[in-house]
Design a protein around this ligand. Structure first.
Ligand SMILES: [Zn+2]
Length: 141
């Protein structure tokens, strides 16, 4: 939704109106659906103030979005920290280690590492459950 400040060219009445897009304004104007609430004139124009208002609202949306991303990344880092502290890192040997735990009943506090989608599918077919988690590198902010 976009809020435009509209101005009536006939009586200078200024009022706010919401549109689903900037195109919708042009469309409604074309079929004379924009009418001044005071004098019923069709001479409605977008006020010059509108772009600024839109810009402000947009930057606020971006700000909220970035806050959300930051929050999620922090959550992921906490989760990664938990895994690092409680599981053994086996790197590229993940598939091998997972099998060896499963078939040799090897005792383990749990492992984590890298595996391809294909590897995970194969493990699943053999009855070895794994959990796929998104992983962010430490260098990322
Ligand atoms: Zn008017």
């Amino acid at each position: 939704m976009i809020k435009y400040k509209l101005i009536c060219k006939k009586c200078d009445n200024v009022f706010d109106s919401w549109f689903s897009s900037s195109r919708e304004f042009d469309r409604l104007k074309k079929i004379n659906l924009l009418i001044c609430s005071k004098c019923n004139s069709y001479k409605i124009e977008k006020s010059l103030m509108s772009p600024q208002i839109i810009k402000q609202e947009k930057s606020k949306i971006n700000e909220n979005y970035e806050k959300k991303i930051k929050f999620l990344k922090n959550k992921m880092r906490e989760y990664q920290k938990f895994i690092k502290n409680n599981f053994d890192y086996v790197g590229d040997n993940f598939t091998y280690e997972a099998r060896s735990i499963h078939y040799n009943k090897k005792k383990s506090k749990g492992i984590y590492g890298k595996a391809t989608v294909e590897d995970i599918e194969n493990l699943k077919e053999e009855g070895i459950e794994t959990q796929n988690i998104p992983w962010i590198e430490d260098k990322e902010n």
